[in-house]
Ligand binder design. Sequence first.
Ligand code: UDP
Ligand code: MG
Length: 319
Amino acid sequence: MIQSVPGLKKLSLVVPVYFEEECILQFIKETASVLSTLNVEYEIIFIDDGSADNTVELIKKAAETQYSIKLVELSYNHGKQAAVTAGITYATGDYLLYMDPDLQDPPVEIPRFIEEIEKGFDLVFGIRKEKVDGILNKLFSRIFWGVLEKFTGLKIPKGLAVMRIFNRKFANKFLEYPEQNRFIEGIFMHIGMKRTTLLIAQRERFAGKSKFNFKRKMRLAFDAIFDFSEIPLKAAVRLGFLLFLVGFLYLAGIIIAKLFIIDFQLGWPSIMGAIIIASGLQLFFIGIAAIYIGRTYKESKKRPLFSVKELTNISERSQ
Ligand code: UDP
Ligand code: MG
Protein backbone atom coordinates (compact mmCIF):
# COMPACT_ATOMS: atom_id res chain seq x y z
CA MET A 1 0.00 0.00 0.00
CA ILE A 2 1.04 3.54 -0.68
CA GLN A 3 2.21 5.32 2.45
CA SER A 4 0.68 8.71 3.13
CA VAL A 5 3.18 11.51 3.02
CA PRO A 6 2.27 14.17 5.58
CA GLY A 7 1.11 17.40 3.97
CA LEU A 8 0.71 15.86 0.54
CA LYS A 9 -2.82 16.22 -0.81
CA LYS A 10 -4.63 13.14 -1.97
CA LEU A 11 -6.67 13.10 -5.15
CA SER A 12 -9.42 10.55 -5.82
CA LEU A 13 -10.58 10.06 -9.36
CA VAL A 14 -14.18 8.83 -9.35
CA VAL A 15 -14.98 7.00 -12.57
CA PRO A 16 -18.24 5.15 -13.30
CA VAL A 17 -17.89 2.40 -15.89
CA TYR A 18 -20.54 0.49 -17.76
CA PHE A 19 -19.51 -1.64 -20.74
CA GLU A 20 -16.30 0.33 -21.25
CA GLU A 21 -13.84 -2.45 -22.16
CA GLU A 22 -12.65 -0.50 -25.19
CA CYS A 23 -11.80 2.62 -23.20
CA ILE A 24 -10.46 1.33 -19.88
CA LEU A 25 -6.83 0.62 -20.75
CA GLN A 26 -6.37 3.84 -22.67
CA PHE A 27 -8.00 5.72 -19.80
CA ILE A 28 -5.68 4.18 -17.23
CA LYS A 29 -2.68 4.88 -19.43
CA GLU A 30 -3.54 8.53 -20.00
CA THR A 31 -4.57 9.33 -16.42
CA ALA A 32 -1.62 7.50 -14.86
CA SER A 33 0.83 9.34 -17.06
CA VAL A 34 -0.69 12.70 -16.07
CA LEU A 35 -1.06 11.85 -12.38
CA SER A 36 2.50 10.58 -12.00
CA THR A 37 3.85 13.99 -12.95
CA LEU A 38 1.85 15.70 -10.22
CA ASN A 39 2.84 16.31 -6.68
CA VAL A 40 -0.15 14.50 -5.22
CA GLU A 41 -0.98 11.12 -3.83
CA TYR A 42 -3.80 9.60 -5.84
CA GLU A 43 -6.28 6.79 -6.26
CA ILE A 44 -8.48 5.92 -9.22
CA ILE A 45 -11.81 4.53 -8.05
CA PHE A 46 -13.71 2.73 -10.76
CA ILE A 47 -17.32 1.89 -10.05
CA ASP A 48 -18.54 -0.89 -12.23
CA ASP A 49 -22.24 -0.45 -12.80
CA GLY A 50 -23.00 -4.04 -13.78
CA SER A 51 -21.02 -4.38 -17.04
CA ALA A 52 -21.21 -7.80 -18.62
CA ASP A 53 -18.16 -7.39 -20.87
CA ASN A 54 -14.47 -7.43 -19.99
CA THR A 55 -14.49 -4.10 -18.15
CA VAL A 56 -14.16 -5.66 -14.70
CA GLU A 57 -11.44 -8.15 -15.69
CA LEU A 58 -9.36 -5.40 -17.29
CA ILE A 59 -9.60 -3.19 -14.21
CA LYS A 60 -8.84 -6.07 -11.83
CA LYS A 61 -5.80 -7.02 -13.84
CA ALA A 62 -4.48 -3.48 -13.72
CA ALA A 63 -5.29 -3.29 -10.01
CA GLU A 64 -3.05 -6.30 -9.31
CA THR A 65 0.05 -4.26 -9.99
CA GLN A 66 -1.20 -0.71 -9.46
CA TYR A 67 -2.63 -0.39 -5.96
CA SER A 68 -3.84 3.10 -6.67
CA ILE A 69 -6.45 1.51 -8.93
CA LYS A 70 -9.50 0.54 -6.92
CA LEU A 71 -12.74 -1.05 -7.94
CA VAL A 72 -16.22 -1.02 -6.49
CA GLU A 73 -18.45 -3.53 -8.26
CA LEU A 74 -22.14 -2.84 -7.95
CA SER A 75 -24.38 -5.91 -7.95
CA TYR A 76 -26.31 -4.84 -11.03
CA ASN A 77 -26.88 -1.81 -13.23
CA HIS A 78 -27.96 0.99 -10.89
CA GLY A 79 -27.53 3.90 -13.29
CA LYS A 80 -24.74 6.42 -13.45
CA GLN A 81 -26.10 8.63 -10.68
CA ALA A 82 -25.97 5.85 -8.09
CA ALA A 83 -22.60 4.66 -9.42
CA VAL A 84 -21.07 8.09 -8.88
CA THR A 85 -22.56 8.20 -5.39
CA ALA A 86 -20.94 4.84 -4.62
CA GLY A 87 -17.60 6.18 -5.87
CA ILE A 88 -17.82 9.28 -3.73
CA THR A 89 -18.69 7.09 -0.74
CA TYR A 90 -15.49 5.05 -1.07
CA ALA A 91 -13.15 7.87 -2.11
CA THR A 92 -10.72 8.92 0.58
CA GLY A 93 -9.06 11.91 -1.11
CA ASP A 94 -8.91 15.55 -0.06
CA TYR A 95 -10.01 16.34 -3.58
CA LEU A 96 -12.38 14.25 -5.64
CA LEU A 97 -12.34 14.48 -9.40
CA TYR A 98 -15.22 12.94 -11.21
CA MET A 99 -14.78 12.00 -14.86
CA ASP A 100 -15.94 9.41 -17.40
CA PRO A 101 -13.57 6.79 -18.86
CA ASP A 102 -14.55 7.56 -22.46
CA LEU A 103 -11.90 10.31 -22.59
CA GLN A 104 -14.32 12.90 -23.92
CA ASP A 105 -12.97 15.14 -21.18
CA PRO A 106 -9.21 14.71 -21.54
CA PRO A 107 -7.07 13.73 -18.52
CA VAL A 108 -4.43 16.30 -19.50
CA GLU A 109 -6.79 18.85 -17.98
CA ILE A 110 -6.45 17.32 -14.48
CA PRO A 111 -3.58 19.58 -13.34
CA ARG A 112 -5.59 22.69 -14.22
CA PHE A 113 -8.48 21.44 -12.09
CA ILE A 114 -6.20 20.95 -9.12
CA GLU A 115 -4.62 24.35 -9.63
CA GLU A 116 -8.06 25.96 -9.73
CA ILE A 117 -9.50 24.25 -6.65
CA GLU A 118 -6.37 25.09 -4.68
CA LYS A 119 -7.30 28.74 -5.11
CA GLY A 120 -9.86 28.06 -2.39
CA PHE A 121 -12.96 26.83 -4.18
CA ASP A 122 -15.14 23.94 -3.02
CA LEU A 123 -16.20 22.91 -6.51
CA VAL A 124 -14.81 23.52 -9.99
CA PHE A 125 -17.10 22.58 -12.87
CA GLY A 126 -15.51 21.83 -16.24
CA ILE A 127 -17.16 23.68 -19.10
CA ARG A 128 -16.74 22.52 -22.68
CA LYS A 129 -15.20 25.04 -25.00
CA GLU A 130 -17.05 23.47 -27.85
CA LYS A 131 -19.34 20.50 -27.62
CA VAL A 132 -18.24 17.65 -29.87
CA ASP A 133 -21.54 15.94 -30.53
CA GLY A 134 -24.17 15.25 -33.19
CA ILE A 135 -26.67 17.96 -34.08
CA LEU A 136 -29.56 16.03 -32.54
CA ASN A 137 -27.71 15.48 -29.29
CA LYS A 138 -26.73 19.12 -29.15
CA LEU A 139 -30.34 20.14 -29.71
CA PHE A 140 -31.52 17.75 -27.03
CA SER A 141 -29.00 19.13 -24.51
CA ARG A 142 -30.06 22.66 -25.35
CA ILE A 143 -33.75 21.90 -24.74
CA PHE A 144 -32.99 19.77 -21.69
CA TRP A 145 -30.95 22.39 -19.86
CA GLY A 146 -33.28 25.21 -20.97
CA VAL A 147 -36.44 23.48 -19.71
CA LEU A 148 -34.64 22.41 -16.56
CA GLU A 149 -33.64 25.94 -15.69
CA LYS A 150 -37.19 27.18 -16.27
CA PHE A 151 -38.69 24.44 -14.15
CA THR A 152 -36.25 24.25 -11.30
CA GLY A 153 -34.67 27.66 -11.17
CA LEU A 154 -31.28 25.94 -10.84
CA LYS A 155 -28.68 28.07 -12.57
CA ILE A 156 -26.59 25.23 -13.91
CA PRO A 157 -23.67 26.57 -15.97
CA LYS A 158 -24.07 26.17 -19.73
CA GLY A 159 -21.97 23.61 -21.61
CA LEU A 160 -21.22 21.56 -18.54
CA ALA A 161 -18.57 18.89 -19.03
CA VAL A 162 -18.55 15.70 -16.99
CA MET A 163 -15.20 16.51 -15.41
CA ARG A 164 -15.39 18.38 -12.14
CA ILE A 165 -13.38 18.54 -8.96
CA PHE A 166 -14.55 19.17 -5.43
CA ASN A 167 -13.07 19.05 -1.98
CA ARG A 168 -13.70 16.78 0.98
CA LYS A 169 -16.08 19.25 2.60
CA PHE A 170 -18.22 19.30 -0.54
CA ALA A 171 -18.11 15.50 -0.90
CA ASN A 172 -19.29 15.03 2.67
CA LYS A 173 -22.13 17.42 2.07
CA PHE A 174 -23.05 15.49 -1.08
CA LEU A 175 -23.19 12.24 0.89
CA GLU A 176 -25.67 13.80 3.28
CA TYR A 177 -28.24 13.96 0.49
CA PRO A 178 -30.32 10.85 1.03
CA GLU A 179 -32.55 10.96 -2.05
CA GLN A 180 -33.05 7.87 -4.13
CA ASN A 181 -33.91 9.78 -7.28
CA ARG A 182 -30.57 11.45 -7.69
CA PHE A 183 -30.05 14.18 -10.18
CA ILE A 184 -26.42 14.94 -9.45
CA GLU A 185 -26.12 18.31 -11.15
CA GLY A 186 -29.17 19.44 -9.19
CA ILE A 187 -27.70 18.27 -5.91
CA PHE A 188 -24.38 19.95 -6.74
CA MET A 189 -26.12 23.26 -7.36
CA HIS A 190 -28.25 22.83 -4.26
CA ILE A 191 -25.16 22.35 -2.09
CA GLY A 192 -23.91 25.72 -3.26
CA MET A 193 -20.63 26.66 -1.50
CA LYS A 194 -17.79 28.35 -3.36
CA ARG A 195 -17.77 27.22 -6.92
CA THR A 196 -16.30 28.26 -10.21
CA THR A 197 -15.95 26.98 -13.76
CA LEU A 198 -13.01 26.04 -15.92
CA LEU A 199 -13.01 25.96 -19.74
CA ILE A 200 -11.66 22.69 -21.06
CA ALA A 201 -11.14 21.15 -24.45
CA GLN A 202 -13.23 18.19 -25.44
CA ARG A 203 -12.68 15.17 -27.62
CA GLU A 204 -14.82 12.52 -29.24
CA ARG A 205 -15.61 9.42 -27.21
CA PHE A 206 -12.40 7.32 -27.44
CA ALA A 207 -14.29 4.12 -28.30
CA GLY A 208 -17.60 2.38 -27.68
CA LYS A 209 -21.02 3.93 -27.75
CA SER A 210 -22.85 6.38 -25.52
CA LYS A 211 -25.03 4.53 -23.03
CA PHE A 212 -27.50 7.36 -22.94
CA ASN A 213 -30.03 6.71 -25.63
CA PHE A 214 -33.10 8.87 -26.03
CA LYS A 215 -35.13 6.89 -23.49
CA ARG A 216 -32.43 7.18 -20.83
CA LYS A 217 -32.03 10.87 -21.49
CA MET A 218 -35.77 11.39 -21.14
CA ARG A 219 -35.71 9.51 -17.86
CA LEU A 220 -32.94 11.75 -16.59
CA ALA A 221 -34.89 14.83 -17.69
CA PHE A 222 -37.94 13.55 -15.80
CA ASP A 223 -35.88 12.82 -12.70
CA ALA A 224 -34.41 16.28 -12.84
CA ILE A 225 -37.74 18.06 -13.21
CA PHE A 226 -39.75 16.02 -10.73
CA ASP A 227 -37.01 16.06 -8.11
CA PHE A 228 -36.20 19.71 -8.21
CA SER A 229 -39.46 21.35 -9.16
CA GLU A 230 -42.99 21.71 -7.91
CA ILE A 231 -44.01 23.54 -11.05
CA PRO A 232 -45.90 20.55 -12.52
CA LEU A 233 -48.04 20.40 -9.37
CA LYS A 234 -48.63 24.13 -9.42
CA ALA A 235 -49.41 24.00 -13.13
CA ALA A 236 -52.14 21.46 -12.37
CA VAL A 237 -53.78 23.84 -9.91
CA ARG A 238 -53.56 26.80 -12.27
CA LEU A 239 -54.77 24.95 -15.34
CA GLY A 240 -57.53 23.27 -13.36
CA PHE A 241 -58.76 26.64 -12.16
CA LEU A 242 -58.54 28.14 -15.64
CA LEU A 243 -60.57 25.25 -17.04
CA PHE A 244 -63.17 25.67 -14.33
CA LEU A 245 -63.44 29.34 -15.27
CA VAL A 246 -63.71 28.62 -19.00
CA GLY A 247 -66.32 25.91 -18.39
CA PHE A 248 -68.30 28.20 -16.12
CA LEU A 249 -68.34 31.07 -18.63
CA TYR A 250 -69.17 28.68 -21.45
CA LEU A 251 -72.12 27.27 -19.56
CA ALA A 252 -73.34 30.70 -18.52
CA GLY A 253 -73.06 31.82 -22.15
CA ILE A 254 -75.17 28.92 -23.39
CA ILE A 255 -77.86 29.48 -20.75
CA ILE A 256 -78.06 33.18 -21.50
CA ALA A 257 -78.16 32.54 -25.25
CA LYS A 258 -80.89 29.93 -24.84
CA LEU A 259 -83.00 32.11 -22.53
CA PHE A 260 -82.72 35.48 -24.18
CA ILE A 261 -81.28 35.29 -27.67
CA ILE A 262 -82.07 32.28 -29.80
CA ASP A 263 -83.78 28.98 -29.32
CA PHE A 264 -81.50 26.14 -30.30
CA GLN A 265 -81.07 22.45 -29.69
CA LEU A 266 -78.30 21.69 -27.26
CA GLY A 267 -76.39 18.87 -28.85
CA TRP A 268 -74.71 16.00 -27.16
CA PRO A 269 -71.51 16.23 -29.28
CA SER A 270 -70.46 19.38 -27.54
CA ILE A 271 -71.12 17.80 -24.18
CA MET A 272 -69.12 14.76 -25.11
CA GLY A 273 -66.31 16.98 -26.25
CA ALA A 274 -66.29 18.82 -22.97
CA ILE A 275 -66.38 15.60 -20.96
CA ILE A 276 -63.51 14.09 -22.88
CA ILE A 277 -61.33 17.15 -22.56
CA ALA A 278 -62.08 17.51 -18.87
CA SER A 279 -61.51 13.87 -18.01
CA GLY A 280 -58.33 13.83 -20.08
CA LEU A 281 -57.00 16.78 -18.17
CA GLN A 282 -58.02 15.28 -14.87
CA LEU A 283 -56.24 12.07 -15.65
CA PHE A 284 -53.17 13.97 -16.77
CA PHE A 285 -52.89 15.88 -13.53
CA ILE A 286 -53.81 12.95 -11.35
CA GLY A 287 -50.93 11.27 -13.15
CA ILE A 288 -48.58 14.10 -12.22
CA ALA A 289 -49.68 13.90 -8.61
CA ALA A 290 -49.17 10.14 -8.77
CA ILE A 291 -45.58 10.62 -9.98
CA TYR A 292 -44.81 12.73 -6.94
CA ILE A 293 -46.56 10.27 -4.64
CA GLY A 294 -44.63 7.39 -6.19
CA ARG A 295 -41.38 9.25 -5.63
CA THR A 296 -42.31 10.05 -2.05
CA TYR A 297 -43.04 6.37 -1.54
CA LYS A 298 -39.67 5.40 -3.00
CA GLU A 299 -37.90 7.88 -0.72
CA SER A 300 -39.90 6.79 2.32
CA LYS A 301 -38.55 3.24 2.05
CA LYS A 302 -35.05 4.61 2.72
CA ARG A 303 -33.35 1.77 0.92
CA PRO A 304 -29.59 1.88 0.50
CA LEU A 305 -28.59 3.85 -2.59
CA PHE A 306 -26.51 1.04 -4.04
CA SER A 307 -25.55 -2.55 -3.44
CA VAL A 308 -21.90 -3.62 -3.67
CA LYS A 309 -20.90 -7.04 -4.92
CA GLU A 310 -17.14 -6.87 -4.48
CA LEU A 311 -14.37 -4.45 -3.60
CA THR A 312 -10.86 -4.55 -5.03
CA ASN A 313 -7.95 -2.74 -3.32
CA ILE A 314 -10.44 -1.20 -0.90
CA SER A 315 -10.98 -2.47 2.61
CA GLU A 316 -14.62 -2.64 3.65
CA ARG A 317 -15.45 0.30 5.87
CA SER A 318 -18.13 0.47 8.44
CA GLN A 319 -20.60 2.83 6.82
N1 UDP B 1 -22.66 4.74 -17.07
C1 UDP B 1 -22.94 4.06 -15.89
N2 UDP B 1 -24.14 3.43 -15.75
C2 UDP B 1 -25.09 3.46 -16.73
C3 UDP B 1 -24.80 4.18 -17.91
C4 UDP B 1 -23.59 4.81 -18.05
O1 UDP B 1 -22.11 4.01 -14.97
O2 UDP B 1 -26.14 2.86 -16.55
C5 UDP B 1 -21.37 5.41 -17.22
C6 UDP B 1 -20.63 5.11 -18.52
O3 UDP B 1 -19.78 4.02 -18.42
C7 UDP B 1 -19.83 6.37 -18.69
C8 UDP B 1 -20.68 7.45 -18.07
O4 UDP B 1 -21.64 6.78 -17.26
O5 UDP B 1 -18.65 6.33 -17.93
C9 UDP B 1 -21.34 8.33 -19.12
O6 UDP B 1 -21.91 7.55 -20.11
P1 UDP B 1 -21.71 7.84 -21.64
O7 UDP B 1 -20.32 8.27 -21.96
O8 UDP B 1 -22.22 6.65 -22.36
O9 UDP B 1 -22.72 9.04 -21.82
P2 UDP B 1 -22.53 10.44 -22.57
O10 UDP B 1 -21.13 10.90 -22.34
O11 UDP B 1 -22.82 10.14 -23.98
O12 UDP B 1 -23.55 11.30 -21.91
MG1 MG C 1 -19.40 10.18 -22.46
